[in-house]
Unconditional design. Structure first.
Lengths: 324, 355, 366
């Protein structure tokens, strides 16, 4: 396998859970709801996906279970924030806290058992193509699903009437309600979609990425997904770019550590110097680059108020109670 | 309401009863830094605890606290165990040293043991494992098995224990193949399955066909299995996660030590010790069965293991530091105190040591 | 059938008082079911969880140790949240405070006199405040979402601390382990009653901070400004209040208190810097802030309750072998119940059968 292709394949696997979870959260936020419970929902998806796969032997059933559990679990958040109009930030944090604990309790019997990994696609003739074969035709099914998801969400939000309705709910729930749009019902559906996506992202971790269950195995990926949504200024294709950029930075850092500079003298001087410089930087600083980059991008996209206004759901995080 | 009060009284009585009942048993207790479900470091300590229960049956009672953070919470954990009737308390992580030491001073009648630290008291001993002995054997196996002459090594943080093991691994490898190269990747975490898997993939992509790790999850082993390369397990036998990949695993076998210390405490012969256990001490450092290798590699590994069990130290000169300055003269054996504070690479390790 | 909320004309005083009780009862019921499901005697388990930690003096000390940083941070966060500024990066501000406060004891260990501790605490507050100032300035200047920028800075602060204790600040005689030199006695925050336990002066700081912030919020113009800008920024601007100033003010206050919590807990309990100095205090404090309904005095109670759940969780682990995960399940549920019960203060809940609905709209409602 060509090394660049190999690295890109690794990047794809690392980016997919971020992409799926962030795309789900994007729809939630576009409807005007901020759910900080992504990490907790992902953990619930990861543990239920692993458990069902282990019990039935079918990874697809595990994925299905994770999607359902994620959606049902998010209903708890929906009921509190939408029906009982509780504070969304606090409720989302509680959802994460509860998810960490519950998934740990549920997962006890499954610790220390290797899971069943979902098999990757194989198309004779195509998967073996040089450079791009493995990348385009040899990934795991959830990779393709994630791409379909982005296309679908992008089309739904900006190409359909229902998507327009959802966005109008997020932009101004007052006028949407006045127009007779069922604000609360749409938000419930959006929250459940976000939960299903987070569950799916969790299942990707426990069934594809590292087929095993361990407590807290998301290791903060839910929070990264949340950051990506804002990073992308609530645009699906920018979420895609952000997730892959983040994955690329992480994987590149590991690869640069492993690379032996003395074998790379044929590289152009500037590239060589850059690699040497990166290798000399303490790894803690390299590890903090993605977080700093997110802050920088946040600043860059938010300083242009007109652009932000155009994309930001104006009702984000604000409670809505219909007055009749 | 009355019922509730009654129930509460009953509960109080019950708690008191369990405490009283416990009084005639010997109570041994553990504090773990991670979850017992990590299938790695804390899992193995807990296996040691279970071995104690098995060895003494009714005569002992054990309990533990898991996921105890190495910060302000640690002191409370030790204080709780000391106050709840534990007679021997094992603190199993380096970061517990100072809180455990403080509590030991306050409870002179309770015995304490601390893993991997260096502070002792009249009622506090320290114990540690010579993991580097196993790493040397692994290095030899890696150099023999590797076809690309490149190994990969996933590590957490540059503390002495980790550097010692890198050095021993490379010394072992170079004893059979001076051209063997070890690529090292720091992931800045003891436990992040995703990142460990990413590091494993990065190393394989860059030509490594044997992986070692000084991090706790089984993710790298699984990657090795799917990618068809070899790997060494860490902390526990990970053969289930890599039936075709695992060559051997560096198993932390705390059980014999825990059993002997609990027995000594029960007999009244316990004294604070400062032990550093290796292969020769009831296989405290245990190498999981040698698998997925040819018979002659296996024979070599077994011979080396035997040589180390016989008292030979892998850190025996001549050994130079990375920059070529001499460290150990011919035949000179490294002092334990130097090893325990190791902050340099030996000659043959590539790359700069992270600061 | 559906549930509808009807806004009360005025918030219900009855439910203001009753809602915490309702939440507590619901949590207790939930606990009984949970323990029964885990196969334990529910009453015994509840006793061990919530009562046994209060029966011994040393545990009450530990309660204060655990609650102090939570209360300190949460009180600061309440100012932020009341003014509609969503600082969720207190954990990073705590670390920044611990680092700044440790400059004297680590770099100038010979500087030991009565001024040392006050200076350390002040520097800790400055460190936390400056670090909190970053997301605040970004918000004011560039309109950057503070939830995410403050969260991202948590990771950065933790990695920076990691680098400091492994690199420049590592104890040269510490066997190369990642920690700084031990603080001298002069740099150690003393215990209040050293004879009976280790509860330290940081608990007093927490109580004072709660009182001061309560006074500020309720009795001063500044507090009024904060509340107005939180409830109705438009009205605030008409009144001549500057929203930018409030953003900076609330972030600086909460950052300073988080920084104080950081240096105080390092000085009192750890005596040195190491890669991990906080078991997530900055995040737990967000929960404490909401449990205390963003009222500084309520936060004192909430901090103690949450600390109790940690202690109880440990007691339950050793006494009846209940997993430590139940503690976070409990905390999550408690917060859910508190948030849900608070709804009753501002709304009446009506269960509406779908068929009735049309009729009701006609009849109107007020």
């Amino acid at each position: 396998m060509d090394i660049a292709e190999a690295i890109l394949t690794t990047v794809a696997t690392a980016s997919t859970p971020l992409l799926i979870a962030a795309t789900g959260e994007l729809v939630v936020e576009r409807s005007g709801v901020l759910n900080l419970g992504v990490e907790g929902m992902m953990l619930m998806g990861a543990v239920s996906g692993f458990a069902v796969t282990a019990l039935t032997g079918y990874p697809w059933l595990g994925v299905l279970a994770a999607v359902i559990v994620g959606a049902v679990y998010s209903l708890l958040f929906g009921f509190l924030t939408l029906t009982l109009v509780t504070n969304q930030v606090a409720t989302g944090l509680a959802l994460t806290l509860l998810g960490v604990g519950l998934s740990g309790l549920i997962g006890v019997p499954f610790v220390g058992h290797p899971g069943i990994q979902m098999t990757s696609l194989y198309i004779p003739g195509l998967t073996g193509l040089p450079y791009v074969g493995k990348l385009l035709f040899g990934e795991d099914p959830l990779f393709y699903l994630s791409i379909v998801l982005v296309i679908g969400v992008s089309w739904f939000l900006f190409g359909t009437r229902a998507g327009l309705t959802l966005r109008s709910v997020g932009d101004n729930h007052g006028s949407a309600h006045a127009l007779g749009i069922p604000v609360i019902r749409i938000r419930y559906l959006a929250v459940m979609f976000g939960g299903a996506c987070a569950g799916l992202a969790g299942a990707q971790l426990s069934i594809v990425y590292t087929p095993q269950w361990v407590e807290n195995m998301t290791a903060g990926r839910g929070w990264i997904a949340l950051a990506l949504v804002v990073f992308a200024s609530w645009r699906p294709w920018r979420v895609f770019a952000g997730a892959y950029l983040f994955g690329l930075l992480t994987i590149a850092e590991l690869n640069i550590q492993a690379v032996d500079l003395s074998t790379l003298h044929q590289l152009p001087g500037a590239v060589y110097d850059l690699l040497a410089l990166i290798k000399a930087i303490p790894s803690q600083f390299l590890s903090s680059i993605p977080y700093l980059a997110t802050v920088v991008v946040l600043v860059v996209i938010s300083r242009n108020r007109r652009l932000t206004m155009m994309n930001t759901p104006a009702s984000l995080g604000r409670a809505f109670v219909p007055d009749r | 309401m009355k019922k509730l009060l009654l129930a509460l009284t009953a509960a109080t009585a019950l708690v008191a009863a369990t405490n009283a009942q416990a009084a005639d048993k010997f109570k041994a207790c553990w504090v773990y830094v991670g979850a017992i479900g990590d299938f790695g470091y804390s899992f193995q300590h807990n296996q040691g605890r279970l071995a104690v229960e098995k060895a003494f049956g009714d005569k002992v009672e054990t309990t533990y606290l898991e996921n105890v953070s190495e910060g302000p919470d640690a002191e409370r954990a030790f204080e709780r165990l000391a106050r709840e009737g534990c007679k021997l308390v094992f603190g199993t992580s380096f970061g517990f040293m100072d809180p455990e030491y403080k509590v030991a001073k306050r409870f002179p009648k309770v015995l304490f043991e601390h893993a991997t630290g260096f502070k002792t008291a009249k009622n506090m001993g320290v114990y540690n494992l010579r993991w580097y002995e196993g790493r040397y054997v692994m290095g030899q196996i890696a150099a023999k098995v590797s076809k690309s002459h490149i190994g990969g090594y996933i590590v957490s943080f540059p503390i002495p224990e980790v550097l010692m093991d890198i050095n021993a691994f490379v010394l072992g490898a170079h004893s059979v193949d001076p051209n063997f190269k070890l690529k090292i990747v720091w992931v800045n975490s003891w436990f992040d399955p995703g990142k460990e898997a990413d590091a494993a993939k990065a190393l394989i992509d860059q030509g490594a066909d044997v992986l070692g790790q000084h991090t706790d999850s089984t993710a790298a082993m699984q990657v090795a299995e799917t990618r068809g390369v070899h790997a060494f397990g860490q902390a526990s036998d990970m053969i289930k996660f890599g039936p075709h990949a695992q060559l051997t695993a560096l198993v932390d076998n705390w059980a014999p030590y825990y059993v002997s210390r609990v027995k000594a405490a029960m007999d009244g012969t316990w004294k604070p010790d400062n032990v550093w256990l290796g292969i020769k001490d009831d296989h405290a450092v245990e190498l999981a069965p040698f698998t997925n290798m040819s018979d002659d590699v296996k024979a070599m590994a077994e011979a080396t293991e035997k040589k180390i069990a016989g008292g030979w130290n892998p850190f025996t000169g001549p050994i130079n530091k990375q920059d070529g300055t001499p460290w150990l003269k011919d035949g000179e054996v490294a002092k334990d105190s130097v090893l325990l504070g190791m902050n340099f690479y030996v000659q043959g390790v590539e790359g700069a040591l992270p600061k | 059938m559906r549930i509808e909320l009807v806004k009360r004309p005025q918030h219900s005083i009855l439910f203001s008082a009753l809602s915490p009780v309702v939440a507590l009862i619901l949590t207790l019921l939930f606990g009984l079911v949970l323990f029964a499901l885990l196969g334990r005697n529910p009453v015994t388990a509840m006793y061990i969880y919530f009562v046994s930690p209060l029966t011994e003096v040393w545990q009450i000390h530990e309660l204060a140790v655990k609650a102090a940083p939570l209360i300190l941070i949460a009180v600061g966060l309440s100012v932020c949240y009341r003014s509609n500024n969503w600082n969720i990066g207190a954990e990073g501000q705590l670390v920044a405070g611990a680092l700044a406060g440790s400059i004297l004891p680590v770099m100038f260990p010979d500087f030991q006199n009565f001024m040392l501790l006050p200076l350390m605490m002040i520097m800790g507050m400055i460190g936390g405040a400056l670090y909190a100032g970053i997301p605040a300035i970004l918000k004011v200047r560039f309109n950057t979402n503070e939830i995410l920028s403050s969260l991202m800075l948590v990771y950065v602060a933790n990695l920076f601390l990691d680098w400091m204790v492994r690199g420049p600040w590592r104890d040269p005689n510490g066997h190369n382990f990642p920690q700084t030199i031990q603080f001298s006695d002069a740099a150690t925050l003393p215990a209040i009653f050293p004879a009976s336990g280790r509860a330290s002066w940081d608990f007093v700081f927490a109580l004072v901070a709660a009182l001061v912030i309560w006074f500020m919020m309720e009795k001063t113009l500044k507090g009024f400004e904060v509340r107005v800008m939180g409830q109705s920024p438009r009205a605030g601007r008409f009144a001549g209040f500057s929203s930018g100033r409030i953003v900076i003010f609330s972030f600086v206050v909460s950052g300073a208190l988080a920084g104080l919590a950081g240096i105080a807990t390092v000085s009192a309990n750890i005596n040195q810097l190491q890669p991990v100095i906080s078991p997530g205090y900055g995040f737990t404090a967000i929960i404490v802030a909401f449990l205390g309904r963003l009222n500084p005095l309520g936060i004192v109670v909430a901090g103690l309750v949450l600390a109790l759940s940690y202690l109880g969780g440990e007691a339950a682990q050793t006494a009846i072998g209940i997993s430590d995960k139940t503690a976070s399940v409990f905390q999550g549920m408690l917060l859910f119940f508190v948030l849900a019960s608070d709804t009753l203060i501002y709304y009446r809940i009506r269960i509406v059968r779908s068929r009735e609905r049309a009729g009701e709209v006609v009849h109107g409602h007020s």
